[in-house]
Design a protein around this ligand. Structure first.
Ligand SMILES: [Zn+2]
Length: 489
């Protein structure tokens, strides 16, 4: 039977549950080489969404979540974040991120700086992941037997990689990427001999010739082996990745064959996701395109970001650009999704419904609070009119602090006496709500032969000295009908 799923997480959760295991392991990972951008958020958010859906469908299944930090990756470029330290950092190119010192001296290493940032952001999104530095897996010896297996089956490994990646491997290619004990680089060493767990290597950067043992853990495996190996060590049931890994000839193709032909296990379930784009461009941590997530979560509540990354199909590219002009529509969409009734939904609404169910929180309206705060600029006065949601207070204050206020909400109340439309204003009464006030203006314009837009503009001008603003009925309601009447007439 072909079940129609509302959201991709439901399909994947069912696939996992069908494995019939009492414990499910979800893994994911990143290289902590720069500030977190929205692409990085997807790396933990999508598996987190799968976790939550499995738990919704079957709370009794134990789900373990491991997030691998690839701290043995070489430093290959300097993020604009640390441009002022470029000269020093350039001397560290090619060294594992874990042994490069943090240039500001605030953390032990370059990797630790970005792991701390990532951890903060993952906490803000309330993920259930346990973070693991991949070097810890090496140091505890978890990789040892696999490395020896690959070295003992070198020709087979080389064939698989060559066939799946569609490229010839060089003659001196080896599964092992040794860390040079003289210069610390991992990106430019070759293995010249291997015997009984002992390897000899030559560093092409400094010329050093050395010898080391697998047991000393001064190496990492090539990515195409490193990845399936952590999946075998952690007993991964599912791990996704961006399209670059899952394309034909990508590392997923290699991993599948390594699992089956060398590790004697079925590969974990895979899934691939699209890119997060900013006005059609790919976010990039090194080029600094787009706002960093550490700044974004001070302006946009994480659950709203999560909702907007999850309301699409998994493989769709997501255009996400929370500018101050777009942000209100995004919040609107999120707040409307909280009110979707789960009956008789369109396809897009079903996805929005599930995305909200996974990450959304039922709170009072953000927009409402923003409107009142824009008018009064004082929470003590705002609380006389509406219930304040403490959680949103900080965000709204931050909007004002850095001038992130959408144009329509950037105003001050400065009333000017009116010289027409008096009978409309006189008709307003204290017991009217925002919609009734809005409709009264519209009806008045229609029945008196005015263009509604002209009348609206007239009142914006006389209330806030601008041509546009928040919804007029809401604005007048929030200001208070009696007060507006007194000030305009
Ligand atoms: Zn060297």
């Amino acid at each position: 039977m072909n079940i129609m799923y509302w959201h991709w997480t439901e399909r994947i959760a069912d696939q996992l549950i069908k494995l019939g295991k009492s414990t499910i392991v979800i893994t994911a990972g990143v290289t902590p080489s720069g500030p977190v951008h929205l692409g990085t958020v997807c790396e933990f958010l999508f598996p987190e969404a799968i976790y939550r859906m499995v738990k919704i469908k079957n709370p009794n299944i134990d789900v373990k979540m491991y997030f691998i930090l690839d701290v043995l990756d070489a430093l290959d470029s300097i993020t604009i974040d640390l441009k002022e330290y470029e000269e020093d950092l350039n001397k560290n190119i090619g060294r594992p991120l874990e042994i490069v010192k943090d240039p500001k001296g605030e953390y032990v290493s370059y990797a630790d700086r970005y792991i701390a940032e990532l951890q903060n952001i993952m906490n803000a999104f309330e993920t259930n992941f346990k973070l693991i530095k991949v070097s810890e897996l090496y140091r505890m010896g978890a990789y040892d037997k696999y490395t020896i297996l690959y070295m003992d089956n070198l020709e087979k490994v080389k064939n698989i990689i060559s066939e799946t990646s569609n490229r010839e491997l060089s003659k001196d290619w080896s599964p092992i990427m040794a860390i040079c004990e003289n210069c610390g680089r991992i990106d430019n060493t070759v293995i010249t001999e291997f015997n009984n767990g002992i390897y000899k290597y030559k560093c092409k950067s400094c010329g050093y010739i050395g010898e080391n043992s697998i047991e000393k853990h001064m190496y990492k495996l090539q990515w195409r082996l490193h990845w399936p190996t952590w999946q075998a060590i952690l007993n991964t049931d599912i791990e996704g990745g961006g399209v670059d890994h899952f394309t034909k000839g990508g590392s997923r193709d290699t991993a599948e064959r390594i699992h089956r032909e060398l590790l004697g296990r079925e590969p974990p379930i895979g899934y691939k996701y699209g890119f997060v784009l900013l006005d059609g461009k790919k976010y990039s941590k090194s080029k600094g395109i787009g706002m960093y997530v550490r700044d974004m979560i001070k302006l946009v509540p994480p659950e709203i970001i999560a909702y907007h990354l999850l309301k699409y199909d998994l493989e769709e590219n997501i255009d996400f650009n929370p500018t101050k002009e777009k942000i209100l529509n995004m919040i609107d969409d999120y707040e409307n999704a909280s009110k979707i009734d789960n009956q008789e939904l369109s396809r897009a609404d079903r996805k929005r419904y599930v995305a909200f169910k996974l990450f959304g929180k039922n709170r009072n309206s953000f927009k409402e609070m923003l409107l009142y705060y824009s008018i009064y600029k004082d929470w003590n006065k705002v609380q006389n009119h509406i219930k304040i949601e403490d959680y949103y207070k900080t965000y709204i204050e931050n909007w004002f602090k850095i001038d992130f206020i959408p144009d329509d909400y950037n105003f001050s109340y400065r009333p000017v006496k009116i010289d027409k439309h008096r009978e409309l204003v006189i008709s307003w009464t204290e017991d009217m709500d925002a919609i009734q006030i809005h409709n009264s203006i519209y009806d008045y314009a229609k029945s008196n032969g005015y263009l509604p837009a002209e009348v609206f503009k007239y009142f914006y001008n006389h209330l806030i000295g601008k041509d546009k603003g928040p919804r007029l009925g809401k604005l007048i309601y929030a200001l208070g009908v009696e007060r507006v009447k007194k000030d305009l007439l």
